[in-house]
Design a protein around this ligand. Structure first.
Ligand code: AMP
Length: 228
C-alpha cells in the first residue's frame, strides 16, 4: 500500500503521519526529515539543500528524486509507505509513478489535509522543537512548562529557520503555485484525493484520516511523538 499525504506546510501532515506510523505500522517517508538529517550529518546533499530550505524554496527535483530513490531501495519491499511532503511538484509526481512501477508498486490513495493560510502561519510560526530529543511544542497551543525549555530533557528549544514568519509565507506561496496542482494531477489520473479538514484537534484529524482511509476508528496511542 502506498499513500500520499498532500497539504500545505503546517497543516499537520507530519503529525498525522507519525500517528499512523505508531498506530498502523506504516513506514513514514518525509523528504523534509530526510533533508534535515542530511544537513545535520553535513552531507553533500545537506549542504546543497540548505540555502533552498532556509529561503522557504523547494530543493531541486533531481536532488529530491535521488534521495527518494535511494531511501526506497533501503525499505522492506512489503512495507506500506506513507509519503509526507513528497511529491511537491508535477515532475516529482510523474517520476514517483515511474519509480513505484519499477518496484511493482503504485500510488493507492491520496489524502489531502486542508487548512486556511492564516491558521497555518500561526501554527508554523508558533512551533518550537527540541534539538536534543526531538519533542515539538507550539507556543499557542502546547507550550512547554518553562518558556523556551524542553519539558522532557531540559534543552533550550529552537525555532526552525524556515518557520520564521516571512519564510512561512514564502513556503505557502510555493505550495499554492507548485504543489497544489498535484490535486488536479491525481484527480485526472483517477486517484481523486480524499479531503480531511486539518484545522481540528490532532485527535479529530486522526479519526477523520482513519475513516477516510477506511480504517477502524480507535483511540490514539499515548506514546506518539509528533512533528509537523
Ligand atoms: P517540510 O518539513 O516537508 O516542510 O520540508 C522542509 C523544506 O524541505 C521545504 O520547505 C523544502 O525546502 C524542502 N523539501 C522537503 N520536501 C521537498 C520536496 N519533495 N521537494 C522539494 N523540496 C522539499
Amino acid at each position: 500500500m502506498t499513500t500520499i499525504f498532500l497539504g500545505a506546510p503546517g497543516v499537520g501532515k507530519g503529525t498525522q503521519a507519525v500517528l499512523l506510523r505508531e498506530h498502523v505500522g506504516w513506514v513514514h517517508v518525509s523528504t523534509g526529515d530526510l533533508l534535515r538529517a542530511a544537513r545535520r550529518d553535513d552531507t553533500k546533499l545537506g549542504r546543497r539543500a540548505q540555502s533552498f530550505m532556509d529561503a522557504g524554496d523547494l530543493v531541486p527535483d533531481e536532488l529530491i528524486l535521488d534521495l527518494v530513490r535511494e531511501h526506497l531501495a533501503s525499505l522492506d519491499p512489503g512495507a506500506s509507505i506513507l509519503f509526507d511532503g513528497f511529491p511537491r511538484t508535477l515532475p516529482q509526481a510523474e517520476a514517483l509513478d515511474g519509480v513505484l512501477e519499477e518496484l511493482g508498486r503504485q500510488v493507492n490513495q491520496v489524502l489531502l489535509l486542508d487548512g486556511d493560510d492564516d491558521e497555518l502561519v500561526k501554527r508554523l510560526s508558533g512551533r518550537r522543537s527540541c534539538p536534543n530529543c526531538g519533542a515539538v511544542y507550539n507556543v499557542h497551543w502546547s507550550p512547554p512548562e518553562e518558556e523556551g525549555r524542553c519539558d522532557r530533557c531540559g534543552a533550550d528549544l529552537v525555532q526552525r529557520e524556515d518557520d520564521a514568519p516571512d519564510t512561512v509565507r514564502r513556503r505557502l506561496d510555493v505550495y499554492r503555485e507548485l504543489t497544489e496542482p498535484l490535486i488536479g494531477f491525481y484527480r485526472e489520473s483517477g486517484r481523486e484525493p480524499a479531503v480531511v479538514d486539518g484545522i481540528q484537534s490532532m485527535e479529530e484529524v486522526h479519526q477523520a484520516v482513519l475513516e477516510s482511509l477506511g480504517m477502524e476508528v480507535d483511540c490514539i496511542p499515548k506514546t506518539a511523538e509528533t512533528g509537523e
